[in-house]
Design a protein around this ligand. Structure first.
Ligand code: PEP
Ligand code: MN
Length: 360
């Protein structure tokens, strides 16, 4: 990870005028399905055709991929359409087979990145390869685990590296299938600005109607590319049906996305501005979600006070909170005036919530 410029070389060598696009079905289902989708994707912005051959399914008994047979179909895709190919590998045997079938880009899935044993096994099997290897984030939001996987691959002398941001699973249901936690991707970019980062809006959203917005946020946050699951008949796909789009929709998405390719000073300024604004949007969303959580706790307190017939306003506790927050604010460069104003508003909302519960 020392020679930073080298990290981007494989991407720069593609000389793309737009973000890198990896597209294709969640799973390879039949030879006809794979070839039909690939043919609809050639002559578009898509550079790499993806298809899962071995599928990590949460529960047994679901379609677990066609296995090595699908690698032959990927070879046909390359021969027929000129698209380069990509698939997930999850152990040394997968790696061996994928390399034998000349797959151009291999990715490590989110469920594999969590296991240093598996990542090491894959790194050893890939040692010195000139194929592109992308590491999906682990299912849990642990930046060190993600970086650790990259380091294992870099140590195995794999030069063409990158990451895929596919969101993180949460216990609480959110509007996403996998919560983006954009701040993790931002942190990773800050640490390794030259490491290519691809966004996977399909697995983040789990829903095709949200793919455009997540893709736009990713591009505003300076992501280098997108991996989007694509199927000619999404609703009847054998896995991840709800999140796949048709090749026609993918083309439309790519057309509608605001992509900045200019490089002059003005464009650079706009790009930086959009990037910072996107970062602010991420934080604002977090603030709202945290405030929502705080009010839920206030509702709980309201119920308890109602049971015990205790007054809503507890001035002593409130003054303690204010004092602590003013000090905390100082550490973060926030003025006393601002903290007092903000907490007064939060406190008022909290009281309103509790009163609603007590009188409700
Ligand atoms: C996939 O890309 O189809 C896949 C299984 O992804 P993830 O590892 O992100 O769940
Ligand atoms: Mn999938």
């Amino acid at each position: 990870m020392e020679n930073k410029k080298e990290l981007r070389a494989w991407l720069d060598d593609l000389k793309l005028e737009h973000p890198l696009v990896i597209a294709g079905p969640c799973s390879a289902e039949t030879e006809e399905q794979v070839l039909k989708i690939a043919n609809q994707l050639k002559d578009t912005d898509v550079s790499y055709f993806r298809a899962g051959i071995w599928k990590p399914r949460t529960r047994p008994g679901m379609f677990e991929g066609v296995g090595a047979l699908g690698l032959k179909w990927l070879q046909k895709v390359k021969a027929e359409t000129g698209l380069k190919t990509a698939t997930e590998v999850a152990n040394a045997a997968h790696v061996k087979l994928a390399l034998e079938h000349d797959v151009d880009l291999l990715w490590i899935g989110a469920r594999s990145t969590v296991s240093p044993f598996i990542v090491q096994e894959i790194a050893d099997a890939l040692k010195g390869t000139d194929k592109i290897v992308l590491v999906k984030n682990p299912v849990n939001p642990d930046l060190a685990l993600w970086l650790g996987a990259i380091e294992r691959l870099a140590t195995a002398d794999i030069k063409k590296l990158g990451v895929i941001h596919r969101g993180f699973s949460t216990y609480e249901k959110t509007k996403y299938r996998n919560n983006p936690e954009w701040q993790m991707a931002i942190e990773l970019q800050t640490k390794f600005p030259d490491l290519p980062i691809i966004n996977d809006p399909s697995h983040i959203t789990g829903r095709r109607d949200m793919i455009f917005d997540v893709s736009q946020t990713a591009l505003d946050l300076n992501f280098d590319g997108l991996m989007i699951e694509t199927h000619f008949d999404p609703d009847n796909a054998w896995s991840d049906a709800a999140q796949q789009v048709t090749p026609q929709t993918l083309v439309q998405i790519m057309k509608d996305l605001k992509i900045r390719k200019e490089t002059d000073a003005e464009a650079e300024y706009n790009r930086s501005l959009d990037n910072l604004r996107a970062q602010i949007d991420v934080v604002d969303n977090q603030i709202i979600s945290l405030l929502g959580k705080r009010m839920k706790a206030a509702d709980g307190i309201g119920s308890l006070k109602k049971q015990k017939n205790v007054a809503v306003l507890q001035s002593k506790r409130w003054n303690e909170i204010l004092g602590r927050m003013v000090l905390e604010g100082q550490d973060h460069g926030l003025s006393e005036e601002f903290i007092l104003k903000m907490f007064k508003a939060i406190h008022q909302e909290s009281i309103n919530h509790q009163e609603k519960i007590i009188n409700g």
